[in-house]
Design a protein around this ligand. Structure first.
Ligand code: MLT
Length: 268
């Protein structure tokens, strides 16, 4: 389905009835809504699940842009405003928000400005802190590589760190490669800059009194379990992190049964 929100023709998948409690899934970078397919299958029978393709990703496009015109508005803050605009259109006053990695950064941005709209938070394979200097430099290097060689360079560079070693040749890894390679290099570059510029969310954590589930893959090399533990230590609403066995950074895809069990226990 598509909705016109802000300057976007935003794609989103919806499962379940609008009258059911809203559960929003925010994907990581540079993926799309389909990374949540196991969760949509499992929770679309009890919740109104909404999984958008975020700005610059998947089937979401900008309205009325000339070909080749780069989106100057990409930021984590803007992506959060897009999500709120989508919820407004769907008449969802409150939602449980589940974000993975970049989706978690967006969930923090939502909490910063729209906490009243969030009933519960699920933060998966993400972190509150900003990029280190080295991480920023790595993003700028990757941006240059993508400018020179295209989206495939992003897939080559990112894949080994996204999955646990045992899943590197899995169908899920091939799917994720295909999604990255379909993403426009300009959008990848813009989003890399937006990620590098995102604000530190650490000082926000002590305001998170809403029930908060923190999930992390045991082999997550990008946002390892220590990042999840920090969130749980500082956020009053968080319970101890759930560590998903046999999973890396993409725990909902790598171990869907383990991820869904954690989610089901929390939502029950
Ligand atoms: C993601 O999965 O969204 C990215 O790994 C986030 C990041 O690079 O910080």
């Amino acid at each position: 389905m598509f909705a016109q929100v802000n300057d976007l023709n935003m794609f989103y998948e919806q499962r379940g009835e609008r009258s059911w409690p809203t559960l929003v899934f925010l994907h990581g970078f540079p993926f799309d809504h389909s990374m949540w397919r196991h969760q949509l299958d499992a929770f679309g029978t009890t919740h109104c699940c909404i999984a958008p393709d975020l700005r610059g990703h998947g089937q979401t496009t900008r309205l009325n842009v000339a070909a080749g015109q780069v989106d100057a508005r990409v930021s984590i803050e803007q992506m959060a405003q897009d999500v709120i605009a989508l919820l407004d259109q769907l008449d969802a006053q409150q939602a449980t928000v589940c974000g993975l990695s970049m989706g978690g950064y967006i969930a923090f941005a939502l909490w910063r400005r729209h906490a009243a709209r969030i009933s519960r938070l699920i933060l998966a394979d993400t972190k509150a802190g900003p990029d280190t200097t080295t991480a920023r430099e790595n993003r700028f290097r990757l941006a240059e590589l993508v400018r020179a060689k295209g989206a495939r360079a992003a897939a080559d560079a990112m894949l080994p760190r996204l999955f646990a070693p045992s899943h590197l040749n899995s169908p899920a890894a091939h799917e994720i490669r295909a999604i990255i390679e379909r993403t426009s290099p300009d959008d990848i570059i813009r989003t890399l800059y937006a990620l590098a510029e995102r604000p530190d969310a650490t000082s926000l954590l002590d305001s998170i009194h809403a029930p908060c589930l923190v999930i992390v893959g045991e082999h997550d090399a990008i946002t390892p379990p220590a990042d999840a533990e920090l969130i749980c230590r500082l956020a009053p609403g968080a319970r101890p992190p759930v560590v998903i066995p046999n999973a890396g950074h993409l725990s909902p895809l790598e171990n869907p049964a383990g991820f869904n069990q954690a989610l089901a226990d929390f939502l029950a």
